[in-house]
Design a protein around this ligand. Structure first.
Ligand code: DQA
Length: 176
């Protein structure tokens, strides 16, 4: 439970987006990204979400337009976004514009510290429209982002969360 609105318990709903090639985590460039799979990261996020009273909708795509559509849709029923845009961080004005358009508190996550890597990775189009960026803590960065975002939303919009949904609805909307 996140809060109480009109005597009814409310739950916070957060969209978590993973960009291109993050489906390969665990096998992809292990010296940079580690050995944890995306499934395991998502599981730990769901666990923490339950602890914090946040329902997570987690999605991964290798396609920019799909990520843009999901960001737009989040306006309907989410109170915040956690996004690792992966390579689109450094190229996508479309993703930045979508985040600016929906105007939901957003935390940008990177497994690696992008500022210690190649020059082309040291620019983020997303950071300018994000509340915060977590970069370099590996998979723990997602958990830090979730804690920070929940605290931030509670501060700026304590009654803005949605009514609690049933477990049946939850399994329909929770993709992992
Ligand atoms: C990344 C960093 C990006 O530069 C890269 O393209 C990725 C992953 C990270 O999580 O460290 O795919 O976003």
């Amino acid at each position: 439970m996140f809060g109480v609105e009109g005597g009814r318990p409310t739950v916070l709903r957060i969209l978590v987006l993973h960009g291109p090639n993050l489906n390969l985590l665990g096998t992809r460039e292990q010296s940079i990204y580690g050995t944890m799979s995306l499934e395991t990261i998502d599981l730990s996020l769901h666990r923490l979400g339950e602890e914090l009273g946040a329902q997570l909708v987690i999605r991964q795509s290798n396609h920019e337009g799909e990520l843009v559509t999901w960001i737009q849709e989040a306006r309907r029923d989410c109170q915040g976004i956690i996004i690792n845009p992966a390579a689109y961080t450094h190229t996508s004005i479309a993703i930045r514009d979508a985040l600016a358009a929906v105007d939901l508190p957003t935390v940008e996550v990177h497994l690696s510290n992008i500022y210690r890597r190649e020059t082309f990775r040291q620019q983020s189009y997303v950071s300018g429209v994000a509340v915060a960026q977590v970069s370099g803590f590996g998979p723990s960065g997602y958990l830090l982002a979730l804690r920070g975002l929940c605290e931030h939303v509670a501060k700026v919009s304590p009654t803005g969360s949605k009514p609690v949904i049933s477990p049946a609805d939850r399994s329909r909307t929770s993709l992992t």
